[in-house]
Design a protein around this ligand. Sequence first.
Ligand SMILES: [Zn+2]
Length: 106
Amino acid sequence: MKMNCCKCNTDMKKIKDKFHNFTIDAWECTNCKEIIYDEEDIQPILKYNKLKENKKELITTVGILGKSKIIRIPKIAEQLYEIHKGEKFKFDLKPDEIIIKIKNNQ
Ligand SMILES: [Zn+2]
């Protein structure tokens, strides 16, 4: 895939950039340094920021599947981290919280 800068029409290169502290794919102009993001990548981040602005929290309810307790991953988290079936999470257990770590994300 190739992209040209909308300002100076120079080739853009693919980079990783921080957008509201999330690292996402972006395109940077090799000439004027203009940076553009993919709408699909920034949409969930903007949505999450809005949630936080409105003081809303992501809540999930524990369900039961056979003998296991299950929790559902909120849709917005699924989009933010591009979580797919078969993905492995690492649980870091703290006295009053569970930290869920995902492969590619720091
Ligand atoms: Zn440019």
